[in-house]
Write a protein that binds this ligand. Structure first.
Ligand SMILES: NC(=O)c1ccc[n+]([C@@H]2O[C@H](COP(=O)([O-])OP(=O)(O)OC[C@H]3O[C@@H](n4cnc5c(N)ncnc54)[C@H](OP(=O)(O)O)[C@@H]3O)[C@@H](O)[C@H]2O)c1
Length: 263
């Protein structure tokens, strides 16, 4: 599978999202995903499934070095001591010494940015804890850089989450982000029952969700992490990697309405 190389990390373009999967269902889904070839797992403290994912990783025969694991600290835990505790708890549940990417899940009004950055930076690469940490906010947060936001000059956007759609990658304010710093937007998808997305010549050969997912995967520097608990969905999403879109397909997708979230 193709990887995105950014900021010293190599991230498989297609990952497995795990939000709203917990317990045995989550464990079984992750075991199935790993068996099928997924090597990038997206979880979070808030998802309440790190234990199940840890059990699935431990049960799998996949070498740790071949996996990319992202987890996130929830916004109630952004004070220095709380970040350290949350990170330790996540690692313990995941049964790992390190995660590959540690994200701040969501901003909190009360967060102290300099203290938060100090703490995150002390969770050193190479040591126990995350190999990389990044703060992940909606892009509006980046627009506020340089407007007196303390510590914002040290802000390195690492990942921007967008929901899949024709505007998903194009609305990212790349001009405001240091290109040398790298960008790893994560798109969520595919969306089911998007019949108009399948009204192109791919329709006869693949599912419309695969078309949407392949469109997303074809975007530069975009990793997609569709959540799929059923093996058939996981297989279909892996199959999207082999779908080929031509200019006609891309034109049809570009013509889709951009002001609707299709679920
Ligand atoms: N800020 C953040 O950090 C953030 C925010 C949102 C999401 N995320 C991450 O992004 C992930 C992706 O979310 P999502 O929007 O994909 O999740 P979702 O909308 O909650 O779930 C995707 C749905 O699509 C179905 N599906 C997946 N592939 C399919 C296929 N090929 N054919 C038919 N149905 C299919 C799944 O079915 P089955 O499960 O039944 O197979 C599931 O019901 C989350 O799980 C999470 O890890 C991160």
């Amino acid at each position: 599978m193709e990887n995105i190389e950014t900021q010293g990390i190599s991230v498989p373009k297609l990952g497995l999202g795990t939000f709203r999967m917990q317990g045995d269902v989550c464990r079984a889904a992750v075991e199935s995903g790993l068996e099928l070839g997924y090597r990038h797992l997206d979880t979070a403290e808030m998802y309440g499934n790190e234990e199940a994912i840890g059990a699935a990783i431990a049960a799998s025969k996949v070498a740790r070095k071949d996996l990319h694991i992202t987890t996130k600290v929830w916004n109630e835990n952004l004070a220095p001591d709380a970040i350290r505790r949350a990170c330790d708890a996540s690692l313990k549940k995941l049964r790992l010494d390190q995660v590959d990417l540690y994200l701040v899940h969501w901003p909190a009004k009360s967060m102290n940015l300099p203290a938060m950055f100090e703490t995150l930076m002390k969770l050193k690469p190479g040591g126990p804890g995350p190999r990389h940490w990044r703060r992940q906010f909606q892009h509006r947060a980046f627009e506020n850089r340089g407007r007196g936001d303390q510590g914002a000059d040290r802000l390195q956007p690492g990942r921007i989450s967008r929901h899949a759609g024709p505007d998903a990658a194009t609305q990212i304010p790349r001009g405001q982000i240091d290109p040398a710093g790298g960008l790893l937007p994560a798109g969520a998808g595919p969306r089911r029952h998007r019949r108009d997305a399948g009204q192109n010549r791919q329709e006869a050969q693949c599912q419309c969700g695969q078309v949407a997912l392949k469109w997303l995967l074809d975007q530069d520097a975009v990793a997609a992490i569709p959540k799929a608990s059923r093996a058939e969905s996981q297989k279909a999403n892996l199959g999207a990697l082999n779908v080929k879109l031509d200019d006609g397909d891309r034109q049809a997708i570009a013509g889709l309405p951009k002001d609707k979230r299709c679920v």
